[in-house]
Design a protein around this ligand. Structure first.
Ligand SMILES: *Cc1c(COP(=O)(O)O)cnc(C)c1O
Length: 232
């Protein structure tokens, strides 16, 4: 299967899930996750219709940025160290993986230097798994309140990574929990916080994520095939 065929197939599934959840394809942003992929492969998915691409390492954004077609939106979806913010601050449209007050402060500082306002999502560890990054539900209000003190970032929603599941057991409960959190925060009115984006769902569960209210899905393997980390 070509990248184009895979992309079309993913998009059809997104459309079906969006309609089943009372929305349309246009309500969902499909982020083609391009970590380990070459600029040529990225340009191919853009030619197939992708408008948004996601990288989990700042260095990969920096290294590929100038070889990828203009006009596409870059998303930083992986863990971000504060000393790497400078690689991506003027290149990405949204940082999905903010999970500390310190990181919020540093992004704000770098954004100020570039005279821009950086949209961010707060990454929540909804399952409570120890290995996953993200803030706990208990820590979340602190970060949301802190957003009100910063002028060069804007919190636009939540992101989460679901635990890997086996044997068709689903993450249904976790999906419901984060959706509920998203709705609760929307009602609370924190300064400088809007709940516009709910970023969840990957190759294995993006349809289920959409049925549970995702507005952004991050899909790599289903578009590009299995990743080969030995080449990077
Ligand atoms: C790699 C990655 C994805 C995509 O995973 P696939 O299973 O290949 O679709 C999504 N989100 C994050 C944060 C990732 O690092």
């Amino acid at each position: 299967m070509s990248i184009k065929e895979n992309w079309d197939k993913v998009l059809e599934k997104v459309r079906t899930a969006a309609e089943e959840s009372g929305r349309t394809l246009e309500d969902i942003t499909v982020i083609a996750v391009t970590k380990t992929r070459t600029a040529d492969e990225i340009n191919e998915v853009i030619s197939s219709g992708a408008t948004d691409i996601g990288e989990n390492k700042p260095q990969e954004v920096r290294d590929k940025f100038h070889d990828v077609k203009d006009g596409v939106k870059w998303h930083l979806i992986g863990h971000l160290q504060t000393n790497k913010i400078k690689y991506i601050i003027d290149k990405v449209c949204l940082i999905h993986s903010v999970d500390s007050i310190h990181l919020m402060d540093e992004i704000d500082k770098q954004a100020k230097k570039h005279s821009l306002i950086m949209p961010i999502l707060i990454q929540v560890n909804i399952s409570g798994e120890e290995t996953k990054q993200g803030v706990s539900r208990q820590e979340l209000p602190q970060l949301l309140e802190h957003a009100g003190t910063l002028s060069n970032i804007r919190v636009e929603g939540l992101m989460t990574i679901m635990p890997k599941v086996e044997n068709n057991i689903t993450n249904s409960l976790h999906f419901d929990n984060i959706r509920q959190l998203f709705v609760d925060i929307s009602c609370k009115k924190y300064d400088n916080v809007t709940m516009k984006h709910l970023s969840m769902g990957m190759s294995g569960d993006y349809e289920e994520a959409i049925l549970h209210g995702a507005t952004m899905v991050r899909v790599g393997t289903a578009i590009f095939g299995a990743r080969d980390y030995s080449k990077t």
